[in-house]
Design a protein around this ligand. Sequence first.
Ligand code: C2E
Ligand code: MG
Ligand code: MG
Ligand code: MG
Length: 282
Amino acid sequence: KAKESGRNQYHFFARKMQDKINRRVMLEHLIRKGLEKNEFEVYYQPIVDCRSNTLFGLEALARWTHPDEGMISPVEFIPVAEESGLIAPLGEWVLTRACTDLVDIHHHCEGVHLSVNVSSRQYPLGFDAECVKRILDDTGIMGHDLSLEITESILLDDDPDILSWLNGFRALGVGLSIDDFGTGYSSLSYLKRFPIDYLKIDQAFVASLNTDDDSTPLVRAIIAMARSLNMKIIAEGVELKTQLDTIESLSCHYVQGYYFAKPMPKDQLLVWMADYLQKPSD
Ligand code: C2E
Ligand code: MG
Ligand code: MG
Ligand code: MG
């Protein structure tokens, strides 16, 4: 009896595993076709300056609607794109699209900053300063209008060329952000070695502000550290006024989250901007 249930369990897991693998293989195929068929889009989420309440910048976020499968989250398709190498063409496509859109956005509001996610998997796949320079030149965007978001895991890579890879972007005037800070294993000493301009505090810390498991002391420490290293801090995932108040009291530079706006397609963003820029800031 025990043996039989063990076997059933084995079949159950093997089946689940096979389903997972099948979905990955299918997604990889669909991403490749989706790139050809132009099924991807870029949405933009506002990043607000805490002090002035003005719009500082926008984070570009990939979106994908497959004609049969519907909307597929980047949480699902980005890892598949990374494992298959398709992140290379996808990443370049997102950057090009976002820079092209930024030209138009600048017609409505000058100087808005653009932030684009870059996967560490793009490093060995040839995405570099030369590639960014070509896209900047083609679209007419200045290097200082752009920053690239990387996760802290890249700082743990012991490849000595990582530093020159990052410095290549900076030579173009492009800024560098550490995304989802606090979830990985990097430390102060790692941060110091790299030319980082912005630190994005992970949503998990913002979510637990003012809760039983209050993250306020931790966030205060992160902000103090980042400030001492001359970095600007962006708090991600701000949904509530109480979170915003706490974050502001900790002297954070920028905030981003549903409290202000969700990621939106460009046309919707322009409407949001017109409305936001009209409001008197308090
Ligand atoms: P991320 O770079 O940390 O982006 C922030 C994520 O948090 C986005 O999820 C955004 O929609 C979500 N978010 C923003 N404000 C709030 C909030 O107030 N509450 C909550 N619960 N969520 C909020 P999204 O768009 O699903 O993207 C997930 C992740 O996928 C991104 O995390 C990023 O790591 C990756 N990703 C998205 N687009 C790209 C891309 O073009 N290239 C690469 N390499 N990765 C991307
Ligand atoms: Mg990001
Ligand atoms: Mg990220
Ligand atoms: Mg993040």
